[in-house]
Write a protein that binds this ligand. Structure first.
Ligand code: UD1
Ligand code: MG
Length: 433
């Protein structure tokens, strides 16, 4: 498509009250700027991100994910404001779409009506009962006459309910002609991109408003807005996966990262949290289980299990209060109260309640290998590095410090002693008849 995109991301984001640049605040697992660039990429092969505050940090974050995006540092000292932001940018195509880096809910579908509209300037608008904070849009006979920033509004203009959503499609020649004519003679002493509209209108150019879906064009200015945007993003993510065959019980209590993927028939019970690049295939994740960057196939996990990064769980059952980290489990049952870290556990093995892999010695992490058909009794500690071959039984309460050969029983516990009638002597009581 012959369209260039400019993403405005030079603002300070003061209202976030954060050291992290606003556009890098995460929503459903990813910086909000990623969503905007993602939408832009489906529309254009020429994307420029405008930076100023913490420019290096934002550039590094964007480059980590997108290789073909250009960056431009705004001359903020001399030309502050949204108009200053788009000055002197070389774009490849005749049409230029201007997006804001703090609009994470924008999608290529929501931008389509703007792109399809033919005019010298197309601008996004919506109607609000409470328009405060937005630039008001003066429309006459279907044409935009002017955009007036709230701080510059007269009393009458403040009553206008149609507001500027902040996304525009310009003919490149319009930008080239009017950007040098902008002035900063306004309440904020900034160069307003929106002032182009008035000048263009006075020269008889066509400026069309396009009413857009408010949700998709919501800007994030505070952490309250961030939370609202994340809620809306979650609704989208969940709707997509439900339509793809994932059952969710009480979806409002479930959190799913935008990078997570589901395949086949899956069920998520209430309170489930899925972080990171998790892949879940044909599995049931039960209540209040937390999964992060893991791969779960044909398995049930939870309730209240924690599956941490680097775990691969296949054809297995993971029960309550079991924590798995960087471990590969294949046809394994670990029903209750265990920690399995840096372990490889093979088919047919049963992990008793309270089994702990002692993978950390205070200096480094060590691996535990457990073979096929191993029966591990409850409350066993496996001190890594350690290898347990196939067909082994480990007695309950054992501390395993040595490798165990195929077919063996391992038992390590203090022998039991019986002292008869000790209770009665100790408490000076008589036996109950
Ligand atoms: C802008 C519009 C307003 C509209 C509102 C919608 C102007 C003058 N006003 O106001 O009509 O209703 O958006 O949200 O454009 N930015 C830069 N460089 C700067 C200043 C801002 O890149 O020097 C970027 C910001 O990072 C942000 C975007 O431009 O992504 C919008 O800036 P912001 O300060 O939020 O503008 P508003 O006052 O909200
Ligand atoms: Mg804004």
């Amino acid at each position: 498509m012959s369209l260039s995109v400019i993403v405005l991301a030079a603002g300070q984001g003061t209202r976030m009250k954060s050291d992290l640049p606003k556009v890098l605040h995460p929503i459903s697992g990813q910086p909000m700027l990623y969503y905007v660039i993602e939408a832009a990429k489906t529309l254009s092969d020429d994307i420029t991100v405008i930076l100023f505050h913490q420019a290096k940090r934002i550039e590094t974050a964007v480059r980590a994910r997108f290789s073909d995006v250009k960056f431009k540092i705004q001359d903020h000292a001399r030309y502050p404001g949204t108009g200053g932001a788009v000055m002197n940018i070389e774009t490849m195509h005749d049409k230029v779409l201007v997006l804001n880096g703090d609009m994470p809910l924008v999608t290529s579908e929501s931008l389509e009506p703007l792109i399809l509209c033919d005019a010298d300037i197309v601008m996004s608008v919506f109607d609000l009962d409470n328009p405060s904070g937005y630039g008001r849009v003066v429309i006459e006979n279907g044409e935009v006459m002017a955009i007036v920033e709230e701080k510059d509004c007269t009393k009458e203009q403040k009553k206008i309910k149609t507001v500027n959503a902040g996304v525009y499609l310009f003919k490149k020649e319009v930008l080239d002609r009017y950007l040098p004519l902008l002035s900063n003679d306004n309440a904020q002493a900034e160069y307003y991109l929106t002032d182009i509209v008035k000048m263009a209108r006075e020269d008889g150019l066509h400026i069309k408003p396009v009413w857009v879906d408010e949700t998709s064009f919501k800007g994030v200015n505070s952490r309250y807005d961030l939370a609202n945007a994340e809620e809306l993003m979650q609704d989208r993510i969940k709707e997509k996966w439900m339509r793809n065959g994932v059952t969710m019980h009480l979806p409002s209590t479930i959190y799913i990262d935008s990078r997570a993927v589901f395949e086949g028939d899956c069920t998520l019970d209430n309170g489930v949290t899925i972080h990171g690049e998790t892949i879940i295939t044909h599995s049931h994740i039960r209540s209040h289980t937390v999964v992060e960057d893991a791969d779960i196939k044909n398995s049930t996990c939870g309730p209240m299990a924690r599956i941490r990064p680097g775990s691969i769980i296949e054809d297995s059952h993971i029960g309550n209060f079991v924590e798995v980290k960087k471990s590969h489990l294949k046809r394994v049952k670990a029903g209750h109260l265990s920690y399995l870290g840096d372990a490889t556990i093979d088919e047919g093995t049963n992990i008793g309640a309270g089994t702990i892999t002692c993978n950390y010695d205070g200096i480094g992490k060590h691996k535990t290998f457990i073979g096929k058909n191993v029966f591990i009794g409850s409350d066993t500690q496996l001190v890594a590095p350690v290898k347990i071959e196939d067909d082994v039984i480990i007695a309950a309460g054992s501390t395993v410090t040595e490798d165990i050969q195929k077919g063996s029983l391992a038992i390590s516990r203090t022998p039991q002693k019986i002292v008869e009638n000790f209770f009665y002597k100790y408490f000076s009581k008589k036996s109950v008849k």
